[in-house]
Design a protein around this ligand. Structure first.
Ligand code: ZN
Length: 423
């Protein structure tokens, strides 16, 4: 599926440093690999029933910094993102609103594309919608089929569901002794979080409450695909991401990312599927998760009615670059609240940078380039990088120190290439 058009990335002198990232499973900073290895990144995409709110934008701008830092360090990057367009929340929303699920998904994915373009986010190399791909996967590649895990367990006949004679297929997590080692939750917490995030711990006939759905057989009124020996139906959420990652990124996902609400069950379970599919103990090297963005005291969500949409901010006159600067003012790992005052401060900051970078000469830019590179290499510390740009901009406007011809041009290229902000 097409993603969106890529913004230009200006070239910079020298090269960036090895990026260290916070690994959720280890609870510590971990170095990413060297320049001789292609960086492989999988970021879970949107479920296309809500346009891009700032929580989404925060996640994708955060991983955009990672891609930019990797490219600057001289690494090749293969970046895969999915669109969760085959899953219950989308189908439920389509049903509630009397919309065709395909039209809903397409219109919301289009809005996402235009928001990402406005925010100058580099597009993934593979932008994958299960609805487009699933038809051929079970036949084309046995390694990417829900039947491929040796642990696929059909529900016994009569075990429940609308068409119990068909038998939905679940993964047997007991064959994966490493399941549960990433999220650091107690068994009862896992069941609770699983139930709150699309899981079905109480489904009759399952071997274990936590076992996740691999293949849901056809129900009346639901989209379905030919699943070969599984019959018609649709894949479960976690196997979708495991198959997409396995197909496009090979044996090792260097970084598996998303918002913190995906740590469990989604990432724990999709990694477990990958472990079994690939027969390897560690198919994911680093698990990296962004914080949650709140508004009016709550996490942003459609049900609470407190969404702040990028498209609405821009329609109301906000400069998309100010929105981006406002996101980068918070470390990707932290939870924060959107406020109009925060956006106004980001707009002022952008204005400061633009005024300072508009001249022909200014304080030397190489030290700033080095500071931004060091900040990004240190767990994508964007607040530190922004503070360094502030310092340069204030010095430039004050005419401090030796004035170097061309310095503002290098600052513009630095801010553009590494922070994705066009001045
Ligand atoms: Zn995912």
């Amino acid at each position: 599926m097409h993603s969106w058009s890529a913004p230009d990335v200006p070239s910079l002198p020298g090269h960036g440093l090895t990026v260290h990232l916070h690994d959720t499973a280890a609870g510590a900073l971990t170095p990413t690999r060297g320049t001789d290895e292609t960086a492989t990144l999988y970021v879970c995409g949107i479920t296309p029933y809500d346009a891009t709110h700032l929580g989404h934008a925060n996640t994708y701008v955060g991983f955009d910094l990672l891609v930019r830092a990797w490219l600057d360090a001289g690494r090749k990057v293969t970046y895969v993102q999915n669109v969760t367009d085959v899953d219950d929340p989308l189908l439920e929303r389509a049903e509630q609103t009397g919309t065709d699920w395909r039209e809903l998904a397409e219109s919301q994915t289009d809005l996402f594309r235009s928001d990402m373009t406005a925010l100058r986010v580099l597009p993934p190399d593979h932008y994958v919608a299960p609805s487009r791909r699933w038809i051929s996967w079970p036949r084309r590649s046995s390694a990417c089929s829900p039947t491929a895990p040796p642990t696929a367990v059909p529900l016994p006949e009569g075990a429940g569901g609308d068409t119990p004679e068909l038998g939905d297929v679940y993964a047997d997590l007991s064959v994966d002794p490493l399941f549960g080692t990433g999220a650091h939750l107690q068994p009862d917490q896992m069941i609770e979080v699983f139930a709150e995030n699309g899981g079905d711990p109480d489904r009759q006939g399952k071997r274990h409450a936590l076992d996740p759905l691999l293949w849901r057989r056809t129900r009346v009124g639901e989209p379905d695909w030919d699943g070969g020996s599984l019959g018609r139906g649709r894949p479960g959420w976690h196997i979708e991401c495991a198959c997409i990652a396995g197909k496009h990124l090979g044996s090792l996902v260097e970084v598996q990312g998303g918002g913190r609400d995906l740590i469990f069950p989604h990432h724990e379970m999709s990694e477990s599927h990958l472990r079994v599919l690939r027969d390897t103990p560690a198919p994911v090297m680093i698990h990296n998760h962004g914080g949650m963005v709140g508004h009016e005291g709550e996490k942003m969500s459609k049900s609470l009615g407190n969404l702040v949409l990028v498209s609405e901010l821009v329609a109301a006159g906000a400069d998309p670059m100010a929105v981006r600067v406002g996101l980068l003012a918070h470390h990707y790992h932290s939870d924060w609240e959107y406020t109009d005052a925060g956006l106004a401060a980001a707009t002022d900051r952008l204005d400061l940078w633009r005024r300072a970078a508009a001249g022909e000469s200014g304080p030397a830019a190489e030290p700033l380039l080095q500071q931004v590179r060091e900040a990004l290499a240190d767990d994508l510390d964007s607040p530190r990088a922004l503070a360094a740009v502030d310092d340069w901009a204030r010095a430039a406007l004050a005419g401090d120190g030796e004035q170097v011809q061309g310095a503002p041009d290098l600052v513009r290229r630095t801010v553009d290439a590494l922070l994705g902000v066009a001045l």
